[in-house]
Structure formats: structure tokens, C-alpha cells
Design a protein around this ligand. Structure first.
Ligand SMILES: NC(=O)c1ccc[n+]([C@@H]2O[C@H](COP(=O)([O-])OP(=O)(O)OC[C@H]3O[C@@H](n4cnc5c(N)ncnc54)[C@H](OP(=O)(O)O)[C@@H]3O)[C@@H](O)[C@H]2O)c1
Length: 254
């Protein structure tokens, strides 16, 4: 963390999909900054192994939940309120892609699954968290978008549309909740080395192409995203809302 700290002691954070990859890294850093953290995921074994890695003791809650199921999201937030009493920070991190065909060849079922995983879940969580934050007149919502939300990318058509909508949702939440001192922002990474994107970075040809198209000249790690997320969770960003910050080594500017 380069010695920089953010004062998040006592804050309660919900990180959706915190059992691996980017969410796990964010959960780990929120805990290190003193926050109490709840993570969720579909698979119990993933949550169990995350619990071992995070070692958060009584400051960590892991709840098995499907993010696009309303009753699961309600149960997740009920559990957080019961254990920690409030919600100060929501990280809409869950995302997924099925290598979809071109849009005109996409089945409705594929469209719906990708929209559910990337957008409906973020809506359900933002709705519940937003009501809690509006009431207490303080809160932070940070969503994980993607470079694919602004760049039409082969194999990512529906995913890109969902991420573009997530960025619009960030603006809507930002505008609606600003009078209540709640800020909603997003970050948009390029390729990050996780299980999700293994197909790309594990192929030497594809990895070389991506590195060539990234001015910073490398593929990012989850740790490259952490400072921007912590900044958006902290009081340092209280006058910033509705924004999406590209954290992509310059990939979106060339
Ligand atoms: N990796 C990249 O290159 C990259 C680039 C740009 C943006 N992003 C975005 O960053 C975010 C995190 O990606 P990642 O690379 O860390 O992905 P990942 O390694 O696949 O991790 C996804 C996490 O979300 C959980 N999850 C997935 N679907 C879920 C659902 N329906 N309900 C509840 N939990 C669910 C997974 O646990 P279970 O499997 O147990 O459910 C896991 O904890 C996503 O929004 C992604 O779109 C990633």
C-alpha cells in the first residue's frame, strides 16, 4: 500500500463477490484500513477459502448469496445489519461474462444471464444499501465497471452494454443521493490478472496484443485497483460523485 492509509476504521463495507480476484483484494485492503467487511459469493467453498486468506476474525462476515436474486440480496443485507448494525460502503464488484456471439446472434437467455450478473445484482444491492445510507446521510457506493463499458470489444458485446449501463446507474445514483451526502462512483479497469480473464492473459499471443495496446506496457494486477477504490470509499472523495475513473494503464486513451 506504499505507506498511504485511508481512515476507514469502524466503517462497515459490503463487497459483492469478495471470495476471489479483485473483490478479495478489495476486501483485504478494506480490512487493513480498519473496516468491518462482508463478502458474498455463490459457492460456499470459495467463501471458506477467502475466510482463511482474509483472516478477518470478528470483522469479517461471509454470506452465500446469488447477487441477482432479490431474496438473496435482502438476506445478505439483513445478515450485515444483524452482525455489524449498518452499511457505510458498498462495492458492486460481482461481474461475469459468457463469451457471447455478436449481438445479433445472441440468445435471449445469454443476454439475461449477463445482464443479471453485471447489472441487476448491482441495482438490487445499491437499492438496499442506498436506502440505508440515505437515512443516515452518509455512504459510499463504488462499482467495478470495465474498459468494455466504453469500447465495443469482440466477445464482450452484452457484457460491455451491461457495464455501460452500470456507469449510467452510477450517474443516476450519484445525482439522486448527493443531497443525502452519499457518493456513488465507479472504476473501469482494463485487463486484470484474475480467473475471470485467464483466457486472455494466459495466451502469449493475446497477452502480447493487450500489452501493446496498453500505454503502461503491462497487464494489471488486482492490487493496481486498490488505491482508487479506497480513495472513493474515503472522506477524501466526498465532493466527487457519479464518476467513472479509468484505471487501465492508459488503454482507454489510445
Ligand atoms: N479481471 C478482469 O480483467 C476485469 C477487467 C475489468 C473489469 N472487471 C470486473 O471486475 C469485477 C471482478 O472481476 P474478477 O476478475 O475479480 O472476477 P472473478 O475472479 O471471476 O471473481 C468474481 C467474484 O464474484 C462472485 N460471483 C460471480 N457471480 C456471482 C453471482 N451471480 N452472485 C454472487 N457472487 C458472484 C464469484 O464467486 P462465486 O463464483 O462463488 O459466485 C467471485 O467471488 C467484475 O465486475 C468484472 O466485470 C474485471
Amino acid at each position: 500500500m506504499n505507506g498511504i492509509t485511508y481512515d476507514l476504521s469502524g466503517k462497515v463495507a459490503v463487497v459483492t463477490g469478495g471470495s476471489r480476484g479483485i473483490g478479495l483484494e478489495i476486501a483485504d485492503n478494506l480490512l487493513q484500513q480498519g473496516a468491518k467487511v462482508a463478502i458474498c459469493g455463490r459457492k460456499q467453498d470459495g467463501l471458506d477459502s477467502a475466510r482463511g486468506i482474509l483472516n478477518g476474525g470478528n470483522n469479517l462476515l461471509a454470506v452465500q448469496a446469488y447477487i441477482s436474486r432479490e431474496q438473496d440480496v435482502e438476506r445478505l443485507f439483513d445478515a450485515v445489519l444483524e452482525k455489524f448494525g449498518t452499511v457505510d460502503i458498498l462495492i458492486n464488484n460481482v461481474g461475469m461474462n459468457l463469451m457471447s456471439a455478436s449481438l445479433v446472434d445472441t440468445d435471449l437467455a445469454v443476454w439475461q444471464r449477463i445482464m443479471d450478473g453485471n447489472l441487476t445484482g448491482a441495482f438490487l444491492c445499491s437499492r438496499r444499501a442506498g436506502r440505508i445510507m440515505r437515512e443516515k446521510k452518509r455512504g459510499k457506493i463504488v462499482s467495478i465497471s470495465s474498459l468494455a463499458g466504453t469500447r465495443a470489444t469482440p466477445g464482450m458485446s452484452v457484457y460491455g452494454i451491461a457495464k455501460a449501463a452500470l456507469e449510467m446507474m452510477t450517474k443516476v445514483l450519484g445525482a439522486e443521493l448527493a443531497p443525502f451526502n452519499v457518493q456513488a462512483n465507479a472504476i473501469a479497469p482494463g485487463l486484470v490478472k484474475t480467473n475471470f480473464s485467464k483466457l486472455f492473459w494466459s495466451s502469449p499471443e493475446l497477452a502480447e496484443l493487450i500489452i501493446r495496446e496498453t500505454p503502461a506496457g503491462r497487464i494489471s494486477e488486482p492490487s493496481d485497483l486498490v488505491h482508487s477504490v479506497l480513495f472513493l470509499c474515503s472522506g477524501c472523495s466526498d465532493f466527487i460523485t457519479g464518476q467513472t475513473i479509468a484505471v487501465d494503464g492508459g488503454a482507454s486513451i489510445v
